[in-house]
Design a protein around this ligand. Structure first.
Ligand SMILES: [Zn+2]
Length: 339
């Protein structure tokens, strides 16, 4: 990089001039997959000029990464939400890069640092939403090998079911659009039966491979025994701001009791389904005694962050390396499909 450009770049990074749109608070941007890889050229340029690395060094905030499923690439196109199921090879590459550029610490340790107002610069924590079987089959060995601790957020009524989640169903894939998704998460409340009931049935959907289904309790409990941390991801994965008070009690409190009964562990951290939250939902999670709650609002976590509405960086399955590194450093153009 030339001297003048280097100085200009440093000034830009120091002033956080690289202004990218802030996440809309508590509202999922329903971007179709094709839009999520906006400007790969820009990310490659950021990387090539050293700006991504520079920002990573200068930013005073850490990052919570959010994954969903990790699968073995079979070569065949699998059904399911394309943004959600990341091939294990790509996941392993990302984790190797992460441990060599960040201090990867457990969520609980990150929260300890926030409580003590300690610096979070270049700290990272790894989280998984929905507790897919693939996480235990494919991600866990990678995490174990690299000595990364992680938190898996469990939907309390999902373990043991033998059907795909609604967002992985073919009928949903075929009906997918920004408008449809907004309708599913508001008028239909993110409720699986209501959403699938509103769509034409697809008769020829093949059974899902095990990795694409929720893990059962035995698998989850075994991983907990080996050091995996658990969080609560509601009871039924409905959109919490659309629910009444009694329904919120079930989703926020009963869910935790169910998970404790099956695993012997009472989780202390909550993750909002679809990343959707509002002031009432945040208050209920806090009142229920959780230590913290994680959103899918894009952003890094600084020492003064609100523990009950912490931002995360959602990692879509097909993200190129340059974009992954930029997003982790706080440079993102768009936000993505959330589950
Ligand atoms: Zn989810």
């Amino acid at each position: 990089m030339q001297g003048s450009l280097r100085h200009a770049t440093k000034r830009a990074a120091a002033r956080s001039v690289v202004r990218l749109p802030a996440a809309r608070r508590g509202t999922a941007l329903a971007s179709p997959w094709s839009e999520t890889m906006l400007s790969p050229l820009l990310y490659r340029t950021l990387h090539a000029t050293g700006l991504t690395a520079l920002v990573r060094h200068l930013r005073s905030a850490g990052v919570f990464l959010c994954y969903h499923n990790v699968v073995f690439p079979t070569g065949a196109v699998q059904t399911g939400d394309r943004g959600v199921h990341i091939p294990v090879d790509r996941f392993r590459d990302q984790m190797r890069w992460l441990v060599s550029h960040y201090d990867v610490i457990p969520v609980s340790e990150f929260l300890d640092r926030l409580a003590a107002r300690k610096a979070t610069r270049r700290m990272a924590s790894v989280t998984f939403d929905d507790a897919y079987t693939g996480v235990f089959e494919h991600a866990w060995p990678v995490l174990h090998e690299l000595r990364i601790s992680a938190t898996v957020f469990v939907i309390a009524t999902a373990p043991g079911r033998r059907e795909r989640f609604w967002w992985d169903r073919l009928a949903v894939q075929r009906a997918q659009s920004d408008r449809a998704r907004e309708q599913w998460l508001t008028a239909l409340r993110g409720d699986e039966a209501a959403i699938l009931g509103s769509l034409p049935a697809v008769a020829d959907e093949k059974p899902a491979a095990a990795a694409y289904l929720p893990a059962d309790w035995e698998v989850i409990a075994r991983a907990v025994g080996a050091g995996l941390d658990l969080g609560v991801h509601s009871a039924t994965h409905r959109s919490l701001p659309t629910l009444d008070d009694a329904e919120l009690t079930y989703e926020i409190e009963t869910s935790r009791e169910i998970i404790a009964r099956h695993t012997g562990v009472t989780p202390e951290v909550f993750a909002f389904p679809y990343g959707r939250w509002d002031g009432r939902v945040r208050r209920r999670v806090k009142q229920a005694g959780y230590r913290a709650a994680l959103t899918l609002d894009y952003g890094l976590v600084s020492p003064d962050a609100d523990p009950w509405a912490l931002p995360r960086v959602n990692v879509p399955a097909g993200i190129p390396d340059s974009a992954y590194r930029a997003w982790a450093a706080g440079l993102s153009l768009r936000h993505v499909w959330r589950t």
